[in-house]
Ligand binder design. Structure first.
Ligand code: HEC
Ligand code: HEC
Length: 176
């Protein structure tokens, strides 16, 4: 019997998709739980971005699945074996991003302007139609995970204190 993935969410997902009585084994988890939005091969659809061949740190991948964002619902009790199987199947490169520390931490706003605005826009409006942070539904825990770990070419900021991290993620969450 293969190790089960996402045990506790069985009822949540079975009511959405089929009348399965068992949660899917790791090799089938992607097809069953993720493919309808992220595409059969992780190539992305109009509902959700590509995941295949991205650079995503494991703790951020896990936080995204556990907390959900935008249309994606949270999944409780995710299983490391299952998540790592999905990352392998999609050739997601796990990486530890280079930290680029801004020179001062006077306020969340300054930190945002120094470290984030060049990609996400001064007011979180994004750049060139991409990377908007406004009008998103991203739980605070997941905003913190994005900032701490980074993704793709976004640097992570692992040495921010919890306080700085919370202040910055509150600031980001309030960009409206
Ligand atoms: C109902 C549709 C839906 C389902 C099902 C779904 N996702 Fe998502 N997912 C999304 C959306 C929408 C986003 C946010 C897109 C964005 O950042 O613009 C997202 C974001 C992500 C991210 C963060 C990457 C990023 O570009 O921000 C990861 C990692 C992820 N999903 C993995 C998964 C995995 C693994 C599964 C299956 C266990 C899954 N998703 C199921 C819709 C979905
Ligand atoms: C070099 C460019 C770059 C910088 C600098 C940067 N980011 Fe990002 N950020 C990205 C990219 C690329 C993504 C992934 C977008 C996607 O999944 O579609 C991202 C995703 C995010 C997300 C999740 C939303 C989403 O659409 O996936 C948040 C929240 C975020 N960044 C906040 C920040 C904060 C706060 C800072 C400053 C501490 C920052 N970023 C600095 C490029 C950057």
């Amino acid at each position: 019997m293969p190790k089960l993935l996402f045990g506790v969410t069985l009822s949540l997902f079975s009511s959405l998709s089929s009348c399965r009585l068992e949660p899917p084994p790791p090799e089938e988890a992607y097809a069953e739980l993720c493919a309808r939005c992220h595409g059969p091969e992780g190539e992305g659809t109009e509902r959700a971005p590509a995941l295949a061949k991205r650079k995503i740190p494991y703790p951020l991948f896990k936080a995204a699945v556990e907390h959900g964002m935008d249309l994606m619902r949270p999944i409780e009790n995710v299983d490391d074996v299952g998540l790592r199987t999905v990352m392998r199947q999609l050739s997601i490169e796990e990486f530890v991003p280079q930290e680029v520390l801004p020179s001062s931490y006077s306020s969340p706003e300054t930190l945002y302007l120094q470290a984030c605005a060049r990609c996400h826009g001064d007011g979180g409006q994004g750049k060139g139609g991409r990377l908007a942070l406004r009008k998103r539904r991203i739980p605070p825990e997941l905003i913190r995970a994005f900032i701490r770990h980074g993704i793709d070419d976004m640097p992570g900021f692992p040495s921010l204190t919890e306080e700085q991290l919370s202040a910055l993620s509150d600031y980001v969450a309030r960009l409206k």
